[in-house]
Design a protein around this ligand. Structure first.
Ligand code: BGC
Length: 466
């Protein structure tokens, strides 16, 4: 059993759900360009798709109906992100009052339904005007972000008690942005990520981390009384061949880059030594100032958001960046979900590792969920049967609650995602929702996993009888 204060929720991101890409004075974002101008999904899936309409979540009539579904599900929190370009069309400077008013109304509507808003400031959509100025590679990005965050704090800080500065630095900067870069250049495969990408993105990641810490400091200095944290994509790394020393070494380096880099930054105010040496070699511009580590150390987050989908099996591969590969391998007999092998036991181990190595911080699971291929998701009459997703969610919640029993300071669980939505470069072909969305009509149909999650919430967790 869990206490009544435990948060049960669902998570989403602005570009994946809002649509309304030019409504009410919104500026353009990098993703508006990636999808409309560079036709980025076409390079990956063969289908030209955009988030111009997405699941129409900007529309109030639509989102009120969606909130009614949230109530039916029984969740007590909803995590969503803000579109920076809706609030500041040029990234800095003029504030778009209509954009601010939209988010104030949405937050009020959630609160009126008894659902606590958990607001992510940045989930990968950067105003285009800032992208044109070098984006996150430019050190000025720290100031741009602090300015945007302070406008949000003034607009929403009185009614939002949980903010997340950044979502998943590693996945956006080291996986998705390099793919977009390949697509823009139009040479080779979008998947051909190189050391040169890593070299550049290390600088950007440093700026994200400093911007996050400065923002946490700004919120505290302004007397903000809620909690502010960061959401990381965490993947325990496993040598694909545990008897091979090259794979063991590769898995250790992958762990330093994917997991420990940000965890050490957030909770220890420094970067792992392997990260410093590897990236200094790749890029002399990667030279974090000593003062930056002071900023990180002085502004630790109130909580850690854990986004967990799968562990990463790592193999040595000299052709891959940093000499290892991790995403296309699944030695387990059970089929992998879209985001990797289904191994809930690694969620428990991960949470217990954070308890032991990072001082047992407050944790919310800010994303966990699964997509499988079309055979695992069948429309039967008026309902969608998705047994693998239901099973995935139940087993991961069970693993998380086991970690909680073992002393992990776990305070909530948010499923990714309530609705099928725009899955970045994979477009609309990869469904993660508990609710099926017909993207032509916007019709919503709860899946069997919706019922499964509702039952888990109603009984306050997973009991062994399940
Ligand atoms: C991201 C989401 C994404 C999900 C499923 C996470 O990496 O934060 O935006 O849709 O995984 O792939």
């Amino acid at each position: 059993m869990v206490s009544t204060r435990f948060l049960w929720g669902a998570a989403s991101a602005a570009y994946q759900v809002e649509g309304a890409w030019q409504a009410d004075g919104k500026g353009l974002s990098n993703w508006d360009l990636y999808t409309n101008v560079y036709r980025a999904t076409e390079s990956v899936t063969g289908r030209q798709e955009t988030g111009n309409v997405a699941i129409n979540a900007y529309d109030r009539a639509q989102y009120l109906a969606d909130i009614a579904l949230m109530r039916e599900l029984g969740i007590n929190c909803y995590r969503f992100s803000l579109s920076w370009a809706r609030i500041l069309p040029d990234g800095v400077g003029r504030v778009n009052e209509a954009g601010v008013a939209h988010y104030q109304r949405f937050v009020d509507d959630l609160l009126a339904a008894g659902i606590e808003p958990v607001v992510t400031l940045y989930h990968w959509d950067l105003p285009r005007a800032l992208d044109d100025r070098g984006g996150w590679y430019n050190r000025e990005s720290v100031g741009w972000f602090r300015n945007y965050a302070s406008i949000v704090r003034e607009a929403l800080g009185d009614r939002v008690s949980k903010f997340i500065t950044f979502n998943e630095p590693f996945i956006d900067l080291f996986l998705i942005e390099p793919m977009v870069d390949n697509i823009k250049l139009g040479v080779g495969s979008p998947f051909a990520i190189t050391d040169a990408h890593y070299a550049q993105q290390a600088v950007a990641l440093h700026h994200w981390l400093v911007a996050s810490a400065e923002t946490i400091g700004d919120f505290r200095a302004a007397g903000y009384t809620g909690e502010i944290g960061v959401a990381l994509p965490l993947m325990p790394t496993i040598p694909e061949n545990p008897g091979k020393s090259e794979d063991i070494r590769a898995a250790a380096l992958a762990d330093a880059v994917i997991n420990r880099w940000c965890l050490d930054a957030l909770f220890k105010g420094r970067y792992p030594i392997e990260v410093m040496t590897t990236f200094r070699q790749l890029n002399p511009d990667f030279a974090p100032f000593e003062a930056d580590f002071g900023i990180l150390a002085a502004n630790k987050p109130d909580f850690l958001g854990v986004n967990f989908y799968a562990p990463a099996y790592v193999r040595q591969d000299e052709a891959a960046p940093l000499g290892y590969n991790w995403f296309d391998t699944n030695p387990d007999p059970e089929p992998a979900a879209f985001n990797g092998p289904v191994r809930p036991d690694y969620l428990r181990r991960l949470l217990e590792r954070i308890r032991d190595e990072y001082g047992n911080p407050a944790i919310y699971i800010t994303e966990n969920g699964a997509g499988f291929g079309p055979v695992d998701e069948q429309m039967v009459g008026d309902s969608v049967h998705d047994p693998r997703r239901a099973n995935y969610i139940r087993r991961h919640i069970e693993a998380a609650l086991k970690a909680k029993e073992n002393g992990v300071d776990l305070r909530g669980y948010m499923v990714w995602s309530l609705f099928d939505n725009f899955e970045w470069l994979q477009g609309y072909g990869r469904r993660f929702g508990l609710v099926h969305v017909d993207f032509d009509t916007q019709r919503r149909t709860p899946k069997r996993s919706f019922d499964a999650y509702r039952e888990i919430i109603a009984q306050g967790g997973v009991t062994t009888a399940d």
